[in-house]
Write a protein that binds this ligand. Structure first.
Ligand code: GLN
Ligand code: ZN
Length: 762
């Protein structure tokens, strides 16, 4: 029999029960016992619904109260010094996840760093490992949850993040060493857990090594053999499934298939070609887990095609040496399509969320086991849905396609090179040296959120809401003038989210009611779905920009989200290359940019905070991505006259490896995050002799701390050590929407004072 299996399930619950329980607990409205009850119930519900769906290998230990990498660090006793005095259990766990504030007697401790989980929008906590790190069994969570499920009559397949990935994802603290070299010290913890799982009755364990689909250092690959030798020894009669996902194994496939593991999982959605090679190399005693259902997107899969691959594999290996699975954990898709009654039925019929994907997995497994005729009706239904999507006129706009086909290289470039534009901009919009500005948003206060909620629920009329927002813009403009900022913003009060706002104003986007995906901890996002060709219904931001500009003589910056970021933070159609979808968005943004210019807006910012995170997992694929990403930005921005100043903004500062692409964007001004790195990271710009203007953030908006003018001056001096005064802008690190006015006001007053002080000295 071919087993239907799963690699991981969303944790939050259909109504985000976990989020709510966590937030109640953190704000002391409930205790640890209450949180445990909710967590236990969610685990039980999710195990049961997978079992009912026909999943033979139901994962456990995929659940987490915050993050699975943090859980694994805790399991291995990896506690940074600053947390060791805290009691084990929830207190230390959440302290590592969220940090501890300094308060009276209590010393503060910053949380572990957070970073993106491969190329997903999930963020994990980065374990910190010192060269002298001791590893001890810090928790038995994988065993506890296995036993918990067993108590419910379900023999699960516990999931562990493997030792190689754990060490590769960790950050080396201090001296020059590579955490991967510590594997011999780490392994006893894994061996102990495996022995305990086997003793508790586990038949399978899933060891995730997603790092294997990235460019892994040679020494890590060399360690694989000895590591898995020892893991297999400890597992005894329990079988190991080594799971790889988010890409193909490429050159390491043969080495991985030589490891002493019973089964290997391959992501055949991202790497369909690896199947043939795997079939040729798999050992007679081994099984393959075929990741055939896309765990990263929300479309119904092509089940007939998936079944063909599975059948071909079954012919070579025999059906009982196969498992069918999603390509990766289902953590990255929303829970259930069932409740999405607001989506129109045609579009809804094209989609599959986590629960629906379980059914797809089961169906493919059933097809292999019992033949196509046994599932003919379901296959026909699937084919009809795919056909409806393929043939739908809603996914195609001839006009956009015609326009994109006609785009010329000239349209990807500004009329003149930067020095010419700079002169024109100086002339038409004179600014002082070291001009001051902000990144766009001002505080989204309770008042603003409440008004939006009332408007959305129909309790506030459109004209009332509009008047409310306009009053906020007037206040913001007046206040910026008073403080003496040079380039003003309207404040983005009308936007709840920088992607959703544009998606709602573009054709080709759809929105779910409950399509939440975990971003980190209790935080979830609801990405829009791009289902069709993207076109602009009409101007999206022009009225706001014009309204704000009419209030002041100073330039007001038009504020747009860039094509790469809109793409990156959405579920993207899979029936054409991502770069095509990106180009369509770029064209829509281009129209908006030109309209803003026509409306008299002289400075236009196109935010691309997600440009870097779109980088493919393997270096070899970077150049191609960067080429189309840069082109998309240029298409979006190059439609304006020399006099119009194009800004971009990015929320990070590591530019060393992509600085040539950043320069190729040819934005007149780029604002970046740097305040926390004390300007060191500006080095990339200096070394490259970056020619255009740069606004390195001088106010860390992630912290409630208000900087003093002296602190900001010091940062500006640091920047002036590597940039010329003609290049330098003065601005915060990012938008101010998460801050309070009480913090923002004094901080921006200090920022302007610092800029003035430095100007005097120049
Ligand atoms: N303009 C946006 C803001 O100020 C930029 C946010 C971002 O880059 N994440 O909020
Ligand atoms: Zn930002």
């Amino acid at each position: 029999m071919t087993a239907a299996t799963n690699l991981g399930f969303p944790r939050m619950g259909g109504q985000r029960e976990l989020k709510k329980a966590l937030e109640r607990f953190w704000s002391n409205r409930s205790d640890a016992g209450d949180l445990e009850v909710v967590a236990r119930q969610l685990r039980a519900d999710h195990w049961k619904l997978q079992q009912v769906a026909g999943i033979a290998h139901v994962p456990s230990n995929d659940f987490s109260l915050y993050d699975q990498v943090l859980d694994t660090a805790v399991m291995a006793g990896i506690f940074p010094e600053r947390f060791t005095h805290l009691p084990a259990g929830f207190e230390r766990y959440f302290a590592m996840a969220r940090g501890v504030a300094h308060e009276g007697e209590r010393t503060g401790a910053p949380a572990l760093e957070m970073t993106k989980w491969f190329d997903t929008n999930y963020h994990y906590l980065v374990p910190e490992i010192g060269s002298g790190q001791e590893f001890t069994l810090g928790s038995t969570k994988p065993v506890d949850e296995f036993v918990e499920a067993k108590g419910l009559g379900i023999i699960t397949r516990p999931v562990l993040i493997g030792p190689v990935s754990l060490l590769l994802l960790a950050k080396a603290k201090g001296e020059n060493f590579d955490p991967i070299d510590l594997w011999p010290r780490l392994l006893p913890v894994y061996e102990e857990i495996l022995r305990r799982l086997a003793a508790a009755g586990a038949a399978w364990v899933q060891i995730d090594e997603p790092c294997l689909v990235t460019d892994v250092a040679e020494r890590a690959l060399l360690a694989l053999g000895p590591i898995f030798e020892r893991l297999a020894g400890a597992a005894g009669s329990m079988d190991i499934l080594l799971a790889t996902y988010f890409g193909g194994l490429a050159k390491t496939l043969p080495a991985v298939l030589r490891l002493p593991v019973k089964a290997v999982h391959l992501d055949l959605v991202r790497s369909p070609d690896s199947l043939q090679e795997a079939l040729a190399l798999v050992r007679p005693d081994q099984m393959l887990s075929l990741g055939l259902v896309d765990g990263r997107n929300i479309w119904k899969g092509d089940l007939t095609h998936a079944l063909s691959l599975a059948e071909a594999a079954a012919e070579r290996l025999g059906a009982d040496r196969l498992m069918i699975a999603p390509s990766c954990s289902l953590l990255h898709v929303p829970f259930d399509l069932e409740g999405e009654t607001g989506l129109d039925p045609e579009l809804r019929n094209w989609l599959a969320f986590a629960r629906q994907k379980l059914d797809e997995v089961t169906l493919i497994a059933q097809g292999v086991a019992s033949g196509r005729t046994a599932i003919a009706a379901a296959l026909a239904e699937n084919e009809a849905a795919l056909r409806s999507r393929r043939d739908s006129p809603r996914t195609r706009s001839l006009e956009v396609r015609r326009r994109l086909a006609a785009v010329t290289p000239e349209e990807l470039a500004r009329a003149h090179p930067y020095p010419v534009r700079k002169a024109a901009q100086r002339e038409s919009t004179p600014l002082p040296i070291l001009p001051t500005t902000t990144i766009g948003s001002f505080p989204q206060t309770d008042e603003v959120r409440k008004a939006r909620a009332l408007f959305r629920s129909g309790k506030l009329r459109a004209d009332e809401y509009d008047a409310f927002l306009k009053a906020r813009v007037v206040e913001a403009i007046r206040w910026q003038e008073e403080v003496g900022l040079d380039v003003l913003v309207h404040g983005e009060f009308e936007r709840n989210d920088m992607v959703e706002y544009f998606g709602e104003n573009l054709e080709g986007f759809a929105f779910t009611a409950n399509g939440w995906v975990q971003s980190y901890g209790s935080r979830c996002v609801k990405p829009p779905i791009i289902f069709g060709d993207v076109t602009r219904r009409g101007p999206m931001t022009v009225d706001w920009a014009r309204f704000a500009q009419a209030l002041t003589l100073r330039p007001v910056k038009g504020m747009l989200t860039g094509p790469v970021t809109i793409l990156q933070w959405s579920f993207v159609r899979d029936d054409q290359p991502r770069r095509e979808t990106c180009r369509q968005i770029a064209l829509a943004i281009r129209d908006e940019v030109v309209d803003l210019e026509q409306a008299g807006i002289r400075v236009i910012q196109i935010d691309e905070p997600a440009l870097r995170e779109g980088l493919p997992l393997r270096r070899a694929d970077w150049a191609e991505y960067l080429r189309w990403a840069v082109d998309a930005f240029r298409l979006a921005s190059a439609g304006v006259r020399d006099e119009t100043q194009i800004h971009t903004h990015m929320c990070y500062c590591e530019f060393n490896d992509i600085i040539d692409s950043i320069a190729a964007l040819d934005a007149d001004v780029i604002s970046i995050e740097t305040s926390r790195s004390q300007m060191e990271l500006l080095g990339a710009f200096a070394d490259f002799r970056y020619p255009n203007e740069v606004g390195p953030g001088v106010y860390d908006i992630h912290s409630p701390r208000v900087p003093s003018p002296q602190q900001i001056e010091r940062l500006l001096d640091g920047a002036l050590a590597v940039l010329s005064p003609e290049q330098l802008w003065v601005n915060p690190d990012c938008g101010l929407k998460t801050r309070r006015w009480e913090e923002v006001k004094p901080a921006l007053v200090a920022l302007v004072a610092a800029a003035q002080a430095v100007r005097q000295r120049l």
